[in-house]
Design a binder for this molecule. Sequence first.
Ligand SMILES: Cc1cc2nc3c(=O)[nH]c(=O)nc-3n(C[C@H](O)[C@H](O)[C@H](O)COP(=O)(O)OP(=O)(O)OC[C@H]3O[C@@H](n4cnc5c(N)ncnc54)[C@H](O)[C@@H]3O)c2cc1C
Length: 358
Amino acid sequence: MPDAVPDAPLAPLTTLGLGGPARQLLEVTDEAELVAVIRDADAAGEPVLLLGGGSNVVIADAGFDGTVVRIATRGVDTRREGDRVLLDVAAGEPWDALVAHAVGERLAGIECLAGIPGLAGATPIQNVGAYGQEVAQTITSVRVLDREDGEVGDLPAAACGFRYRHSAFKGHDRYVVLGVTYALVPDAALAQPIAYAELARTLGVQAGERAPLAETREAVLGLRRGKGMVLDPADPDTRSAGSFFTNPILDADAFAALTARVHERLGAEVRPPGFPEADGRTKTSAAWLIDRAGFGPGTRRGQVAQSGKHALALVNLGGAQTADLVGFAREIADGVQEAFGVALVPEPVFVGHRWDSA
Ligand SMILES: Cc1cc2nc3c(=O)[nH]c(=O)nc-3n(C[C@H](O)[C@H](O)[C@H](O)COP(=O)(O)OP(=O)(O)OC[C@H]3O[C@@H](n4cnc5c(N)ncnc54)[C@H](O)[C@@H]3O)c2cc1C
């Protein structure tokens, strides 16, 4: 069993650099050990927080009164199955390095997800996505420990409830993700068709066309760096949890109401951004709403601020408390609600506190 570190600071284990201590911290490098640690904790009624790269959590200033299990299992197995290649990836594998590896091996399907921090095991949790790709497009199954019966098994993708920045895993602690299987296209000189207009423009192709695989990854990294979305100790704009709010998805009535509010407030010629969803609803842009509600990039409150490069990322300028960050997030959400009647929903997972009672 790994050694437990008592009263362990959690802030350094998060990309925001925020949050109080854990009663104890365990780092687990072996899958069988991970399973045993969770089963023992569950049998003892001990609260458990699973932590990967800490890039999508907002931990309370009071910390976590229980055991934090930091997942550090490693391993990537590659199998050919018909016309695709399956990668069986341990939960603790760093995601961005996996994308680089896949592209280096001429495997297509996750190249637009380059530069996203954190570990592979967390990618199914919120169906990680960017620049027109999301892991739901390539995940075939997720190996899990089911904490309800203590058994290890494979969940097929169809049972994972994937949707925009959400899955059956998010907001529940029933499953520990032990490994993820991704199906990729082998011998790929070209990326999958480019679905994101800004990326297509950067690559000099039309949306829906293909571009060289390695060039696509580089273009994504370049765009992300320009928005402070690639972790970089030299760039204080990256001391965030990525996008703090998800993009609202509105039904026809709600989108019409938003459009009316936008006309009223910003002029009849202004239209809110709208991207059709498969279910007939419309996704709008949280960053646009935040900006138009009067919170532009770089807006600061004490030691927290919006990133200077991206209205949607909130950053710890150093020495902040979680309460400061959440207070500013609440001010922004209230401002958007008041200006446009749209309720913003935070993207990161709150630990030890709740957004709806913040
Ligand atoms: C600069 C920056 C840019 C980002 N850009 C994007 C982006 O473009 N797209 C995007 O989707 N996200 C983005 N994110 C958010 C984040 O990187 C992803 O959500 C990532 O998948 C989180 O991985 P992690 O290992 O850090 O998870 P953590 O933050 O450690 O954990 C997140 C949640 O998952 C749970 N969890 C972690 N591992 C497991 C496991 N093995 N089993 C069960 N539960 C687990 C945790 O308990 C927690 O609830 C960004 C974040 C930052 C800081």
